[in-house]
Design a protein around this ligand. Structure first.
Ligand code: ATP
Ligand code: MG
Length: 590
């Protein structure tokens, strides 16, 4: 696959970047939803009454890892199509490889699909539910002379398979009699032979230009306990054999899969035709690739195992559990998947589009609160010592129905250190010696004195406030150029903030050939932990997973694992606005 950022999406995003959020509805994109080539095909099948007008899809993960946002594309597509066409969508675990599979993954996958908002009803299936049937079908193929037991070792099989330019070599065991094959296959099942000593192979064509058709293995011997069916079997079907027949057994009408399965389709056709069983329509689409991350389960597993991240649900991971923990709303992922649509050619979607979709949902739904990530103390020297006021603050200026809350205000406050400069550069309009700014929902304050410690660091600002500016306006009409946020020092709660950034420093960490050493591009600054943050007291009521906008700082959620009463841990989901610089850089790379 060549690395090519989909420019239509990128430009589209760019056009909107400098507009207000309300206008970011992406009308052109939305039109494409409901009219892609897959839906066109399905519509035709309904019109012609193929499959009796039924639409039945499935999402078929292998339970060998956690789901990522690429899987979300497939989930949204399969469940979405079923919903749209009044059909059904199954969740099926293609669990043919017990050594790599685990109950932990099965449970996590179910949780993730539910979290995304989809319901498989009573249609949770496993390829392993069909192991008896698959075995019977294998016997049928043997009896038809279409399958044989091979004694070659895995290494020999590999050598004899040939290459794209050279045909394969027929196995010396290829022409065993049906009786001998039946006997050997039954004994394979009975556990008479050691692992790796024999396989059952389909008898197709060792000279086929399609390597998948060169007598592929259907069964191998594995003395492994299966997460779903335990120790019942010591032979396990290969994915390709089990997958197409499982779709057939379930009466799937449209087997939607990613492009790499195009070359497997002739094999699926062969199995179903030789068995003479129900035949779904396979449709391939391009998988989702996202810039600044990796998506292969093997690579994600490596990141976890080698400790580059804290686990599958590390908020920097592109996994659904990671995105959830980071505070991403499921609606944002669904919107993202619908917007990118489906196509027949591979492309890379800029992660900025995902971030945009996240902001769009959070802007509408996340209550605003005030919190200071890097606190700098402010004392209002003319504010009465014992006075405490409560300021009424809007929970969401985008949605007044979200109401207001009361935030305490007193003589000692914290502001963000970044909102003060001793020597303000040009165009810096926030607080500086002698300068006046507005406190959000508060008063105008003016910096009168800068207090430093013995190292010369600024430790406190002594300011005056203008009692006539409550509400943020001066009766004499004088203006200030900046509004900054604050918390009351006496009332604020301590918090830890985890600021996440992209996991990799380059858009395509795997390189052009997809084989590169991606670890060397790990972003050393992908996690910054700030332990001395101060947040407004209303956050004391928040529950793990709750999402907020810390005004002017970004969108955050309470970490679902580490945050508890008395110890607030905030994950930054996204910053408030992407900078032009980032977008421009990615345009240059494209
Ligand atoms: P593996 O390498 O283990 O096969 P996989 O990514 O194909 O990994 P599966 O569990 O087989 O994982 O995937 C389940 C479904 O999700 C399949 O139908 C697959 O085509 C689809 N899928 C996986 N990755 C993507 C992706 N990046 N974009 C779209 N669909 C995907
Ligand atoms: Mg797969």
């Amino acid at each position: 696959m060549s690395f090519n950022i989909d420019k239509s999406i990128l430009l589209f995003y760019n056009d909107l970047e400098d507009n207000t959020v309300e206008r970011l509805t992406m009308p052109e994109m939305e039109k494409s939803v409901g009219s892609d080539f897959i839906r066109e095909m399905i519509r035709k099948d309904i019109e012609t009454n193929r499959f009796g007008g039924r639409v039945h899809t499935r999402f078929p993960p292998e339970p060998n890892g956690y789901l990522h946002i690429g899987h979300a594309k497939s989930i949204v597509l399969n469940f979405g199509i079923a919903e749209e066409f009044n059909g059904l969508c199954n969740l099926r675990f293609d669990d043919t490889n017990p050594e790599k599979e685990d109950i932990e993954y099965i449970e996590a996958i179910k949780e993730d699909v539910r979290w995304l908002g989809y319901d498989w009803g009573d249609r949770l299936f496993h390829a392993s539910d069909y192991f008896d049937q698959l075995y019977e079908y294998a016997i049928q193929l043997i009896k038809k002379g279409k399958a044989y037991v091979d004694d070659l070792s895995p290494e020999e099989l590999r050598q004899q398979r040939g290459t794209l330019t050279e045909p394969g070599v027929e196995s010396p065991y290829r022409n065993r009699s049906v009786e001998e094959n039946l006997d050997l296959f039954q004994r394979m099942r009975a556990g008479e032979f050691p692992e790796g000593s024999r396989t059952l192979r389909a008898k197709i064509d060792m000279k086929s230009p399609n390597l998948n058709m060169r007598d592929p293995v259907m069964y191998r011997i594995k003395y492994a306990t299966h997460p779903h069916v335990g120790d019942k079997w010591c032979i396990y079907p290969m994915y390709d054999y089990a997958h197409c027949i499982s779709d057939s057994i379930e009466g799937i009408t449209h087997s939607i899969c990613t492009l790499e399965f195009e070359d497997h389709r002739p094999l699926y056709d062969w199995f179903l035709d030789e068995l003479g069983i129900y035949h779904p329509q396979q449709i391939e689409f391009a998988r989702l690739n996202l810039s600044y991350t990796v998506m292969s389960k093997r690579k994600l597993l490596q990141l976890v195992k080698e400790g580059h991240v804290s686990g599958w649900d590390d908020p920097r991971m592109p996994t659904l559990s990671g995105l959830r923990r980071r505070g991403v709303p499921p609606e944002a992922i669904r919107n993202f998947c619908e917007r990118i649509g489906v196509a027949k050619n591979d492309s890379v979607v800029d992660i900025a589009l995902l971030e945009f979709c996240i902001r769009e949902v959070l802007n509408k739904t996340a209550p605003r609160v005030m919190g200071v990530l890097d606190p700098l103390k402010v004392t209002l020297i003319n504010y009465p010592e014992d006075q405490v006021e409560t300021m009424e603050c809007l929970n969401n200026p985008e949605d007044e129905s979200m109401g207001t809350r009361l935030v305490p205000f007193c003589r000692e406050l914290y502001i963000d250190r970044d909102d003060f400069r001793e020597d303000p550069p040009p165009k810096y309009y926030r607080l500086a010696p002698g300068r006046e700014v507005r406190l959000r929902y508060g008063y105008f304050i003016k910096c009168e004195e800068v207090v430093k410690n013995e190292k010369g660091e600024v430790v406190e600002l002594r300011c005056t406030y203008d009692p006539n500016t409550r509400g943020g306006f001066a009766p004499d009409g004088r203006k200030v150029k900046a509004t900054i946020h604050w918390v009351s020092a006496r009332h604020a709660l301590d918090a830890e903030a985890r600021l996440y950034d992209r996991l990799f420093t380059v858009p395509n960490p795997l390189g052009e050939d997809e084989q590169g050493d991606f670890l060397k591009y790990l972003n050393p600054d992908s996690l910054k932990i700030l332990t001395h943050c101060k947040v407004e007291p209303s956050l004391g009521e928040a529950k793990p997973g709750d999402r907020f906008q810390l005004e002017r700082e970004g969108y955050f959620c309470l970490d679902s694992k580490d945050s508890h009463p008395g110890h607030i841990v905030l994950n930054r989901t996204v910053t408030l606005k992407d900078t032009w610089a980032k977008i421009e850089a990615s345009l240059k790379e494209a």
